[in-house]
Design a protein around this ligand. Structure first.
Ligand code: PEP
Ligand code: MN
Length: 369
């Protein structure tokens, strides 16, 4: 089913502020006035951040965890806005939340992943947004169902919200993974293809679940030409009342923003640039897919290595290697790749595979090391 959205670019969301990226940072939850002001002060010093986030009402998976301070935290957000000139954003899950957030001058509302998964809730929020002019960001639903995400966009857009964007925060992992939520970049890309004008930002914090992975995921999102980032940052992450492991300290946030490479988006370029940008986007995507595939290949290599070790087999199976070379070169020639080029790539990949398996055999020195 084809869908259309009536959208305004981020640059037109706010009077007097022309944003090309939406860079949002702030604590998972508002905890106290002091925590908010201290965090905002530090984030204000990370010059690129323009929006301060804080969860006032927290949708927790199990009751008994910290469920947010509630409406008493809204004046703290207002204070952050007045003191530091940062725009403010918070999560809304009920029509009452919308009313209260707007009353306290919140600049951007976001709808959380658990809410996006429920069309009844989304419709109730859409009804409450009729006649309101405020930017709304819709996080992807917890389950990887793109239609649910599109449905939420349609409902909110139909209510008249044209300052509309999405937040890619990953999907609940059914498999065991290092990351808290699986990115499934292909779903984000599919949505972008359906709605090329739809601003899409990434939330590396909820994808990572651990502050250590945040820079890598953030860079990957920028490399995929996303329109911004939402990053959780707390003045003292170790004592945070929610999501302590994934929040960055302001120092870590500053370092991250120093190191991130922001790509010029196609919208800033002239028309000939746009042509190149489009092609480059494709190349970037292919490179990322190539690396993902190589990583998958290496995982399989490890499994084979373990099996060989348990069954006392040698690492190098010459016949198999010769067949690989022959068949891949033949395939490469069919798709227009030179023999020599394919051979060199295979040799590099093979060498790395042998090294990986050698690491499992403690009594052997890694190949060529
Ligand atoms: C959050 O941003 O703190 C949050 C609860 O996110 P999500 O809805 O993505 O889980
Ligand atoms: Mn959080």
């Amino acid at each position: 089913m084809g869908a259309e959205l009536n959208l305004l670019p981020i640059s037109k969301w706010f009077n007097n502020i022309e944003l090309d990226y939406l860079l949002i940072a702030g604590p998972c939850s508002a905890e106290s006035q002091l925590q908010m002001i201290e965090t905002a002060q530090a984030i204000h010093e990370v010059k690129r951040v323009t929006v301060f986030r804080a969860g006032i009402w927290k949708p927790r998976t199990r009751p008994g965890s910290f469920e947010g301070v509630g409406a008493v935290g809204l004046p703290w957000l207002q204070e952050v806005k007045n003191k530091f000139g940062l725009l403010t954003a918070t999560e809304v899950a009920t029509p009452e939340h919308i009313k209260q957030a707007i009353y306290h001058g919140v600049d951007i509302l976001w709808i959380g992943a658990r809410t996006t998964a429920n069309p009844f809730s989304i419709q109730a929020l859409a009804d409450a947004l009729i006649g309101v002019d405020i930017p709304v960001l819709i996080k992807n639903p917890v389950n990887p169902d793109i239609q649910l995400w599109v449905g939420a966009l349609e409902r909110i857009n139909k209510a008249g919200i044209t300052k509309l964007g999405v937040v890619h925060r990953g999907f609940f992992p059914f498999e065991k993974t290092e990351l808290r939520n699986i990115p499934k970049w292909e779903i984000a890309i599919e949505l972008k293809e359906m709605f090329p004008e739809l601003p899409m930002i990434c939330d590396p914090s909820h994808i990572s679940g651990n502050s250590e992975f945040v820079p890598f995921i953030a860079q990957k999102a920028l490399d995929l030409n996303m329109n911004g980032l939402m990053i959780e940052s707390h003045i003292n992450p170790s004592v945070a009342l929610s999501d302590a492991k994934q929040q960055l300290s302001p120092t870590e946030l500053l370092k991250l923003f120093d190191e991130l490479i922001f790509r010029r988006t196609a919208t800033n370029g002239n028309s000939s640039d746009k042509f190149i940008d489009k092609l480059r986007e494709k190349i970037d995507l292919i490179d990322i897919q190539m690396l993902d595939l190589l990583a998958q290949r290496m995982d399989i290599i490890s499994d084979i290595g373990k099996y060989k070790q348990q069954n006392n087999m040698s690492i190098l199976q010459l016949r198999r290697w010769q067949n690989i070379i022959k068949s891949r070169i033949a395939y490469g020639e069919k798709v227009g790749l030179k023999k020599d080029f394919v051979k060199k790539i295979l040799q590099i990949v093979h060498k790395e595979s042998i090294n990986k398996q050698s690491d499992l055999y403690q009594h052997r020195k890694p190949f060529n090391k």
